[in-house]
Structure formats: C-alpha cells, structure tokens
Design a protein around this ligand. Sequence first.
Ligand SMILES: [Zn+2]
Ligand SMILES: [Zn+2]
Ligand SMILES: [Zn+2]
Length: 355
Amino acid sequence: MAKKQLGYVELEWTCPHCGYKNPGSVTVCNSCGAPQPENVQFEQPAQENLITDEQKLQQAKAGPDIHCPYCGTRNPAGSTVCSQCGGDLTDATARDSGKTVGAHRDQPAPEIPCPACGTMNPANAHRCAQCGSSLATPQAAPAPARVPQRKTPTWIFAVIGLVILACVAFAILSLRTEEVIGTVNALSWERTIGIEELRPVEHSAWYDDVPGNAILGSCQEKVRGTQDNPAPNSVEVCGTPYTVDEGSGFGQVVQDCYYEVYDDWCSYTVDEWLQVDEVRANGSNPNPTWPQLQLSGGQREGKRDENYEIVFDTDGRSYTYSTSNEETFLQCDPGSEWILNVNTFNAVVSIEPSN
Ligand SMILES: [Zn+2]
Ligand SMILES: [Zn+2]
Ligand SMILES: [Zn+2]
C-alpha cells in the first residue's frame, strides 16, 4: 500500500503541572512556564488545519525534537547545544515519532464553553477570549473501538472431536476384515458406451484468456487486481486520512492508497464434446458384451463403463461383490469357490480364488 502525504498539522500537548493545552511547537508551557517533559505525548487538537506557513512547515519536517540529557529541555532536531542549560546534545534522545495519533480531524469542531465564565470559544482556542482562563478540560480520550474477539465456543471443539473420533472408528471398522468362503451363485453385468456431440458451451474469463476459437459474448469491467502504482484503466482507492506524530510538535496527515486495476471479464462460447446419450447392454450370464453403437453425423464414441456383480453363497447368507474388473468377473465361474474378505459392515472388500 502506498502512503499519500496530505500535509502537516500542529499537534498540542497538555502541561502536567497546570493542565494547560499548549501548541505543539511550544516547548515551554505558555501558562506556567514548565518545560514539556519527554514522556508527555503530543495529542490531536479538536480541529486539525493543514499548515501553510513555510516556517512551521520547515519545523514540522525537521524530524523529532531531542531532549537535553542534563535538564530535559526539548530542543529542535539537529541542535548541538541545549537552549536552556547549554549542555552538549550529542547524547540527546529523540522524541518518539511515527505513531498514529488518530483519524485526521478536518471537520470544524464545535465551540467549547469557558469553564470560568461560560463564554463560547473556538475549539482550538487555548485561552478564553473573554476572561483569559485556560480552556483545557480533562477530556477523556475516546477509547479506540476495539473489535471484540470472537471466542470459539468450546462445544464446537467437542463436536469436531466427536466427528474425528467417529471417522477414525469407521475407518478402523471398515479396514478390519474377516475371511469367508463363498460359492459363486449368480452373475450379472452392465456395460454402457456414451454418445457425444459437439455442443456450444458458455464460459467466462478475462479477455486475454479467452481461447482463440471462441465466440466472444458480452464483456464487463471488473477489478482484476490491486497494486501500489497507477496503471492504465486503474482507479485509486484511499483509506481515511490519519495523523502521524512526527515528534516535532507536528503531525503528518497521510492516507493509505492503492490502485484497483480494471479489466474486461467476458463470456464466450466454445464447442465442446458433451455426452448426449448412451447405449446400454446387460445380462445375468458369464458372457458380457458391449452394446451396439450407432452414431449419427457429428457424433463420436464417448466414455465406456462396465460394472459386474457376483453373488456368493456362504453358510447361512449371501454376499454381493461389485467390481469394474472384467478379468475378475470372467474368473468367477458359477459354482467356483472364493475367499471373500468381509468387513464389519458385511461389505465384500476383495475376493480371491480359494485354491
Ligand atoms: Zn503549565
Ligand atoms: Zn539542557
Ligand atoms: Zn472565560
């Protein structure tokens, strides 16, 4: 995602000694004269106006301010000597920067009443225009909306566990077989051959993926992908602008943007071989044959299918074994003896000659 820079705004900080709200560029409280401590963060003013003043812009872009290691005074980035105590700033620590302070407040904020005299003042005013009192009110910062974490209820795990247990039990029971001797009692077979014809079939794909022999239908523009850089036939999509603390008393207003690249999504028609009919032969004898196939113009032979059923008699009951293997079927002479592998569900899993 590409970051789009919209400009800079001045932040503010609240004096921990007197509660006065100071403009971000001010390093010493306008009300009581105390310097801004390193751990007092910059906040968003009620309304953020993009800075046009060239000098303030330079200040905003200069990088995070640094705090004097001796007296704590906030000095502009790049200073070598503390403006307050004259100390060497080589080992000074830079203020935190890069933190998002909130969504950009570009809407006019409602006026605020003076706590002392009740006069309405602009939201960004720091002192009452009427009586000069501080307009700072201990405002509870709106807690960021937290997406409640969905907890998966425990009963879901219990159900999943039971299902897995059932599957394992089923697999074990299906695999466990017992050998039973059976005699071939009855045979039946069924064979089919599909008949196919070329028929128009509609598909859809991106325009450049449509096969050359297709008949193109209608196309419509759809988003094919997203990327950081503009491209022909792309639309820029941007998120809500937000303010990032620059550490200099100013914030940079940025927006995360990307480009949705549009392309033609088309329907097209191609001729494909489809099964339109089938012929079938069946019998209850040991001699399977394929059905007679008569193709008309434009038709071709399709898929062949064969299925055989052998009924075995054992002591007391009979088992039916199904297979598509012709060789096995042809070996099952009526009256011959076979070893049947029967699972717990009385299904014949496999057979083998008994001698
Ligand atoms: Zn103060
Ligand atoms: Zn100092
Ligand atoms: Zn007032």
